[in-house]
Each structure stands twice: as structure tokens, then as C-alpha cells.
Design a protein around this ligand. Structure first.
Ligand SMILES: Nc1nc2c(ncn2[C@@H]2O[C@H](COP(=O)(O)OP(=O)(O)OP(=O)(O)O)[C@@H](O)[C@H]2O)c(=O)[nH]1
Length: 352
């Protein structure tokens, strides 16, 4: 069995809603068959409505196996009785085709193939039964045509509903996957891969528009010590909250990414070095002045070191990062909890 599909609540909500549609169709048939003077088929529909009502209740109580058993039994018995009593031309056999997409998503491998072949054999058996055994309770040609058209319409509507449901599920699953692939779970900031991709796009835009772009690297000071003294959970909390502080201090279109464990990358479009330095100072001050309470009865002092560089025309992201990284190194080596913004890497720090 495809377990993930079975565990998805929206799949079962669709199954449950299908019970309402099917019961409504059967209530309509109850009236139609009474009118056509076919009491057996009329009462078959009453039994069907009861089965769908129980299946609806079962799905609501998460007894999905029972719900599915009732629905499938109803469809098979109803299709068989409809064909045997008023003939193949009634179109009740079309409902069996609904099993194809249902089986395809709920079964796998050999079991799915066996079930589909059995369905196909059953479908053909009903067809040939109609040759061998004429309808037991034939109805007039016009009534038969009307029922045929009605059944075709219902099956069309059900397939359309299923089709749209699957399309919607795929879109929402893709959206979730994209989010998982691009967002850091702890901080809800872009992960390194996505931040890099967005930053590269922003740099090529800046090359076209000649507008300034600045890059900030922010690294929490002595983070290992925070983990060691206050615990990993406290460390996680600090990371989460620093992400919140950054989101609060920055603009909507600034790109904020978790670059590594306790390091963040921020790309500031339409921002020059002086302005970025001002923003960096604002971030540094917001982090160091926040009251980081602890279980140990005293406040924790959290600070961050910041390095900033400004993009030069046609420069790659790696070169821009290299300058910001050097600036960050300077902040760390000059005592931490400070902001360094550089236009060029100082000669004594040039490594290549
Ligand atoms: N709680 C927590 N810790 C993390 C996470 N990712 C990385 N770390 C820790 O971050 C610490 C980083 O330590 P270092 O690279 O030595 O840096 P530091 O202690 O901040 O020192 P400086 O950067 O030099 O100020 C390591 O102990 C990692 O285990 C995380 O997601 N959660």
C-alpha cells in the first residue's frame, strides 16, 4: 500500500465527500426507479444510501479501511445488479471505472496489477453476462437511454472532481517541497543554496541597473560557549530569535539567509556601503541590547560580529563574499561585537 497517500487527511476528506455525492445520486435513483416501477432497484438504492452514510461516518472517525470497504462493495454490487436487472445499456458498469484511479494511488506493484486485471476481468464478465442473460427487469428504451446519460454525467463529474483533486495535491506537494528545499527549518530564513541563488540574481540585476548592492556577513560571537554553558536548546533559541530580530530590522526585499551554523548572509539591494554600515550597526546593537533571559537567573550576553562589502560592477558573488568575510574576520580579531565595512581587502590580509 502507498502509505503516504493513505496517511494524507485530504485524501480521506475527498473520499468522505464522494460518499455525499454518491448518496445524493442514489436518492435520485430511488425516485427514478420507483417512477419506472422497478421496486427492487429502488430499494437497492436505499441500501446504497445507508452504506454511504455508514462509510461517511467511518471516514469521519478515521476508520478508513471500513469506509473504503463499504464504498467498494456498494459500487461492485450496484454495478452488477444494475447490469443484471436492466442491462449493460444502463451504464451502471461505468462506476467500476472509478476503481482505476483509486487503485492506482492506493496500491503498488504486483497487488495493483492483480487488482486492475481482476477489475478488467470482472468488467468483461458483466459485459458478456448481458449477452448470455437478458435483463431480468427490462425498462423502456427511452428510460434506459435517460439512465445511461445520467450515469455518464455522474461518472464524468466524479472523474473531474478526482482529476482536480490530484492536480491540487500535486501543486501543494510541490510547493511544500520547494519550501523545504529553500528554507532553513530552524530560523525560517533562506538556506545557503537559496540565499546564494537569490543573491546571484540580485547582483546581475544590479549590473544592469548600476544600483549599489551591499552584502553583510553576521556571525554570533562565542556561540560554542552559549551551547556549552546554556545548552543546545538555548543555542537554537538564540539562532531563532536573531533571525526574528533581523527580519524586524530589515526591509521586505532584503535577502536574509542562514549561511552556516551561526553565520548569516544578508544582501541589501539598492544600498551602498555607508548605509549598509548603518544597518549593520543597527543589527549589532539590537542583538547586544536584547535581554536574553536564562534559567540560571542571570541574563545572557549575546553579541555578533559583522563584516560588510559593496558590490563592484560585474563582480562575482564569491569575490563580494570574500571581502565581507575579510571584514568579518577583522571584526572578530579586533574584539568582536563590532561592524567592519571595507571597500578593499587590506594588503596584509590579501590571500590570493
Ligand atoms: N544550538 C545550535 N548550535 C549550532 C547550530 N549550528 C552550529 N552550532 C554550533 O555553533 C558553534 C560554532 O562554534 P565556533 O565556530 O567555534 O564559533 P564561535 O564559538 O561562535 O566563536 P567565534 O565565531 O570565533 O566568536 C559550534 O559549537 C556548533 O556546534 C545549531 O543549529 N544549533
Amino acid at each position: 500500500m502507498e502509505r503516504s497517500m493513505h496517511q494524507r487527511p485530504e485524501f480521506w476528506r475527498v473520499a468522505q465527500r464522494t460518499c455525499i455525492i454518491a448518496a445524493a445520486v442514489d436518492i435520485a435513483f430511488f425516485g427514478i426507479f420507483l417512477y419506472l416501477n422497478s421496486p427492487i432497484l429502488a430499494w437497492v438504492n436505499v441500501v446504497s444510501v445507508v452504506m454511504y452514510a455508514v462509510a461517511y461516518y467511518a471516514y469521519g472517525k478515521r476508520m478508513n479501511g471500513l469506509g473504503t470497504f463499504l464504498v467498494w462493495t456498494e459500487v461492485i454490487v450496484h454495478a452488477t445488479l444494475g447490469t443484471v436487472l436492466i442491462g449493460w445499456d444502463s451504464g451502471f458498469h461505468y462506476y467500476l471505472l472509478m476503481f482505476i484511479p483509486a487503485l492506482a494511488v492506493t496500491m503498488r506493484g504486483t497487488a495493483a496489477v492483480v487488482a486492475l486485471v481482476a477489475l478488467w476481468a470482472f468488467y468483461l464478465a458483466l459485459y458478456f453476462l448481458d449477452f448470455w442473460q437478458p435483463p431480468l427487469q427490462p425498462i423502456g428504451a427511452n428510460a434506459l437511454l435517460g439512465i445511461h446519460i445520467f450515469n455518464v454525467a455522474v461518472v464524468f463529474a466524479m472523474f473531474s472532481y478526482l482529476g482536480f483533486f490530484y492536480a491540487k495535491s500535486i501543486t501543494s506537494a510541490n510547493r511544500k517541497l520547494n519550501r523545504l528545499a529553500s528554507v532553513d527549518e530552524l530560523t525560517q530564513l533562506y538556506n545557503r543554496r537559496q540565499a546564494r541563488a537569490l543573491a546571484e540574481t540580485e547582483l546581475s540585476r544590479a549590473d544592469r541597473t548600476s544600483l549599489p548592492v551591499a552584502l553583510i556577513l553576521l556571525d554570533i560571537d562565542h556561540f560554542k560557549l552559549i551551547n556549552d554553558v546554556y545548552g543546545h536548546d538555548k543555542g537554537d533559541h538564540v539562532l531563532e530569535y536573531i533571525a526574528k530580530i533581523m527580519k524586524g530590522e530589515l526591509r521586505q526585499h532584503d535577502i536574509i539567509g542562514r549561511w552556516g551554523g551561526e553565520e548569516f548572509m544578508i544582501l541589501l539591494p539598492e544600498t551602498d556601503l555607508a548605509h549598509a554600515e548603518y544597518i549593520g550597526e543597527r543589527l549589532r546593537s539590537a542583538i547586544s541590547s536584547y535581554a536574553w533571559g536564562t534559567d540560571l537567573g542571570h541574563d545572557l550576553q549575546v553579541t555578533a560580529s559583522i563584516g560588510i562589502s559593496q558590490h563592484k560592477e560585474n563582480e562575482t558573488l564569491n569575490r563580494l563574499l570574500k571581502r565581507a568575510d575579510t571584514a568579518l574576520y577583522m571584526s572578530k580579531s579586533e574584539g568582536r561585537n563590532r561592524v567592519t565595512a571595507i571597500h578593499e581587502i587590506p594588503k596584509h590580509l590579501v590571500t590570493n
